[in-house]
Design a protein around this ligand. Structure first.
Ligand code: ATP
Length: 133
């Protein structure tokens, strides 16, 4: 099977730079898969898992927002934050989940509910993806 060059980058670092056989991404309009020689594509991403197959092994990453660009057999994922499943700190994600749940349960006008919901979505996804490692 052919491969495509996958680059997953955040404002801080390159998280993956590898030849992948397949990539499945959390697009804002649903999951989509990319194989070698895919047509050009630009898609906004939502928070969720990115799955890639590298050397016949599936690897999972956490991605929060950003864009995926596919062009000339290179896929660039530019994410706000991204971590390989093995690098997710589950204690930190549990603490973030508990904090967000408390804020949402307080029904306090001073709480930015949308921000707390986003933090909760990130934490729950990190915990789920860490469980897939
Ligand atoms: P927290 O409240 O714990 O900071 P957050 O969802 O607000 O969580 P982000 O803004 O998504 O954090 O990420 C900030 C930075 O911290 C990024 O570099 C991200 O990769 C890293 N990060 C956040 N949570 C974790 C985690 N549980 N494990 C590993 N890295 C994390």
């Amino acid at each position: 099977m052919g491969t495509l060059q996958l680059e997953v980058v955040t404002p801080d670092k390159t998280v993956i730079s590898a030849e992948a056989e397949m990539v499945v991404c959390p697009g804002v309009e649903g999951e989509f898969g990319v194989l070698s020689q895919h047509v050009s594509l630009l898609s906004a991403l939502k928070t969720g898992p990115l799955r890639c197959r590298i050397s016949d092994r599936d690897e999972y990453l956490f991605i929060s927002g950003g864009f995926a660009d596919v062009n000339s057999n290179v896929m660039t994922v530019l994410a706000e934050s991204a971590e390989r499943a093995a690098d997710i700190d589950t204690a930190r994600a549990q603490a973030a989940r508990d904090r967000a749940e408390k804020r949402l349960a307080a029904h306090d006008d001073a709480v930015d509910a949308a921000r707390a919901e986003s933090a909760l979505t990130r934490a729950v996804n990190r915990l789920r993806i860490a469980g897939l490692r």
